[in-house]
Design a protein around this ligand. Structure first.
Ligand code: NAP
Length: 253
């Protein structure tokens, strides 16, 4: 299937590793040009080299999605370098899964307001273009409550789904689609589940056992669905919350 994504410009917020990097690479594989953003410059430059080595056109911008000015600069650089932005992916998370007020502050600042900042910086120009595709990386935690104390993370990931739905309804008239993707437990070297496997094997095993396929997902499996969802081949899909989790979420909805 030709996803009709060739030549599109995508900004991926939180793209130096894991799911965000896999989405950026997936987009490049389909012929898109990407702007990758994260706070840590070293990993970001390594990701840029990785994408360039595969023949991709990529701009990397050091950016903290919890900061207004940093996101304004990111989007300005994207427009200056590539002349347009067709796709925005808000992937970064504080991954702050504790019960404390600091966890609320971090989840609100990065997971939720990071998405708001990206939207505010991109949507006015997308409206002018009369087209655009926005994707929020939420989580299975946004639709199912576990007995853990990750009150802020779960609440903010659920809010991202609501935000996507609202924006989808409001912006459809302007040719802009907005969706959310809900990864299940997803493992990669250096990622949160790699850490769990090493330091909290009982918790890792609980997650593994909750997935009907009997294993955790990998970033590329999430990215494949994400790339389709932002592509023109998903032109009639907006306001959805797509689980990509090997059946981990069990609710019928
Ligand atoms: P990760 O390994 O923590 O990678 C996150 C990326 O975002 C990194 O490139 C990180 O680079 C960047 N980032 C973090 N904070 C940022 C900030 N304030 N501003 C800009 N960039 C920032 O995360 P992941 O496991 O790949 O997860 C990606 C997304 O999927 C997250 O939204 C997460 O909640 C969601 N998700 C993950 C899983 C899973 O099992 N992994 C499951 C469900 C949902 P820097 O640290 O250098 O900034």
């Amino acid at each position: 299937m030709d996803l009709r994504i060739s030549g599109k410009v995508a900004v991926v917020g939180g793209a130096s590793r894991g799911i965000g990097l896999a989405i950026a690479k997936g987009l490049v594989d389909e012929g898109a040009k990407v702007v990758i953003a994260a706070r840590g410059e070293e990993a970001l430059l390594a990701a840029q080299r990785d994408i360039q080595a595969a023949g991709g056109e990529v701009l990397s911008v050091v950016c903290d999605l919890s900061d207004d000015g940093s996101v304004t600069n990111l989007m300005a650089q994207a427009f200056e370098h590539f002349g347009k932005v067709d796709i925005v992916v808000s992937n970064a998370s504080a991954l702050s899964i504790g019960p404390d007020r600091a966890d609320w502050d971090a989840c609100l600042a990065v997971d939720l307001l990071g998405a708001v900042r990206l939207v505010e910086a991109a949507v006015p120009k997308m409206r002018d273009q009369k087209s655009g595709s926005i994707l929020f990386v939420s989580s299975g935690s946004g639709v199912e409550a576990t007995p853990g104390a990750d009150f802020a993370y779960t609440s903010v990931k659920a809010t991202l789904i609501a935000y996507a739905k609202k924006l989808a309804v409001v912006e459809a008239a302007n040719g802009i689609r907005v969706n959310a993707i809900l990864p299940g437990s997803t493992e990669f070297p250096g990622g949160v589940w790699d850490m769990m496997r090493q330091h909290n094997p009982a918790f890792y095993e609980m997650a593994r056992a909750s997935i009907p396929f009997g294993r955790l997902g990998v970033p590329e499996e999430v990215a494949d669905a994400a790339v389709w969802l932002v592509s023109e081949r998903a032109a009639w899909v907006t306001g959805v919350a797509l689980s990509v989790d090997g059946g981990q979420a069990k609710a019928i909805r």
